[in-house]
Ligand binder design. Sequence first.
Ligand code: HEM
Ligand SMILES: [Cu+2]
Length: 560
Amino acid sequence: METTVLKESFIEKSNKKLGAKPEDARISLTYLSLAFILLLVGGTLGLIQGLNRAGLFELPAWLNYYQVLTAHGILLVVAFTTLFMTGYFYAGVSHTLGGLTSKARKFAWSALASLLVGTVMIMTTVVMGDASVMYTFYPPMQASPWFYIGLVFLALGIWLAGTGVFLNAASWKKANRGQKLPLFSFFAVGGYLLLILGSLGITAEVLMLIPWAFGWTETVNVMLSRTLFWAFGHTAVNVWYLVAVSAWYVAIPKIIGGKTFSDVLARVVVILSVILNVPGGFHHQIIDPAITQGVKFMHVFMSLSIALPSLLTAFAMFAIFERAGRKKGATGLLGWFKKLPWKDVRFLAPMIAMITFIPAGAGGIAQTNNQLNQTVHNSLWVVGHFHLTVGVTVALTFFGITYWLIPYLSKRVMTARLNKLGLIQTWLWAIGMLFMSGSMHWVGLLGSPRRTSFSTYGDNATALSWDPYLMFLGIGGTLLFIGVVLMVYIAFHLMFRAPKGHTEFPVAEEEKDAAPTPKWTERWGLWIVLAIAVISMGYVIPIVDMIVNAPPGSPGFRTW
Ligand code: HEM
Ligand SMILES: [Cu+2]
């Protein structure tokens, strides 16, 4: 016991002195720079869409609305998120396990190469007008085969990045027998495990679509493709959420001067997320034909079960806030609220992200119900929903991480001026999204469809009644775009310009009297078996049905 304590404090001390290892920092900084460049491009495209839908900006003849929408979706919800997650997880694994192994470093670099090749391939086909199929690429819309091959490279990149983390964690466990994997690395292992499980769906799908896009097979099974897509699409956004949650459990308590609420609870949240998530994909297909009511009912239940870990997290977070506040002398029922460091952007950004998850999660629960889904399906409501979940809860937490992660890696410090700029950025984002997402929700209820450029539908009275809301959408989008520019400026400033110095990687400690974490939390083999069992329970019957009772397949169409 004594030696382990010694060892830990030695690692901690040397980390403090030296900060991130240069060769590990280079990996994370490269990932993060690319992520922020893509955020800038994707955000610009978002502004174009927002202004177009407000009726303020007409796209030039050479630019198609669906081309813009495809690029915006893929750059932000797939590429930005994957790159940020990898840069952040590798930095934290390096920090909490005392440096990356040379093998893990190789995996990180080859993952980056694969992700870049994939992104460039996909974007080239989109820019050339050969793949305006949006990020969901539903057949029978048919893109250039290189678009789907690009997706294979993205999946490969995810597997490589995950494998590097798994190997690193395994070698640490071997060298530190009997010790529990540090919580941050536990999140990283769980996150990649879930992402890899989800990516199996998209891989199976594109292997079907590639021969079809080359013309080697004539038709494709549309229902099967949609189902496999959502096994991935749904899981991926839940992974982005889990990445955000990792920072809430690991970094935020430290930033506000508190302690971990419960190490076991955090690990149980990770385990439940890994086991329960994938079959939730069906809630994106509630209106799809060819899925029986019984199966749809089961999936409503599966979707709602994912709310459980989120509720556990909400409980833990408020407990952390209250304890930290009381330690600083807060009294009364809500006195702790005032003791929170609202002027520290490292806290404010993820806090607004968390608060946003309350209405965002409630909207998600509403959408999962069959009857309510009929009302909002394919309307702008849905776009409003995921700009709250991914656009605020995830993205704003990522921004909050950036304020300490980048200076930690670049061996610089955040100045008071940058903190102030960060506070402005956070409020701009929150207010911009309140306008944009709020009006999207509302106008969606009034029937305005998603995924269409501006139209008055021949001056139809209902369509004209949407206009004021769409104007607010445009105003919100403009504020958000200013937020994107500010954020990218701050990120690169922290990388290259801020004053040199030491920045801490905040990792919360457990309370002195915390109960030890039971060993069963690290039975990964069991979690994988359970996850596969749940996935089989959700998918075997509908997929067999879709294959055995398949209607004639569809040839490809170019709708643009
Ligand atoms: C400057 C900030 C942003 C603006 C102005 C913006 C604006 C928009 C608008 C207006 C649409 C709807 C278009 C339609 O359905 O016709 C849209 C779709 C979308 N946005 Fe954003 N957005 C922004 C940031 C983000 C972020 C940060 C993410 C995710 C991390 C994101 C992910 C998406 C996705 C996945 C779609 C759906 C694309 C599709 O339907 O195929 N957006 N965005
Ligand atoms: Cu989902």
